[in-house]
Design a protein around this ligand. Structure first.
Ligand code: SF4
Ligand code: SF4
Length: 79
């Protein structure tokens, strides 16, 4: 599984989650940050530090934000 960032991050982007991720799998985009599902180790460290509750375990993403599962997956991550 992976963690997912949803639209609540848009324009907040304080990067608090980036500082605590032990595997550096959270990447900055133009509008928000994204979690690379191929790198996330599902540790949950990022979830409580987000000031706007934008981070969820994949199976706990709110129904209205489910599109963000694909949006995180499809972000153009650096290789
Ligand atoms: S769950 Fe852990 S590994 Fe995954 S993005 Fe959050 S801090 Fe990084
Ligand atoms: S902590 Fe939350 S608001 Fe801040 S960059 Fe991460 S997901 Fe976005």
């Amino acid at each position: 599984m992976t963690y997912i960032i949803i639209e609540t991050c848009i324009d907040v982007k304080d990067a608090g989650c980036v500082d605590v991720c032990p595997v550096d799998c959270i990447y900055e985009g133009d509008k928000m940050y994204y979690i690379n599902p191929d790198e996330c180790i599902d540790c949950a460290a990022c979830e409580p530090v987000c000031p706007v509750e934008a981070i969820f375990a994949e199976d706990a993403v709110p129904e209205a934000s489910k599109e963000y599962i694909a949006i995180n997956k499809d972000f153009d991550y650096p290789s």
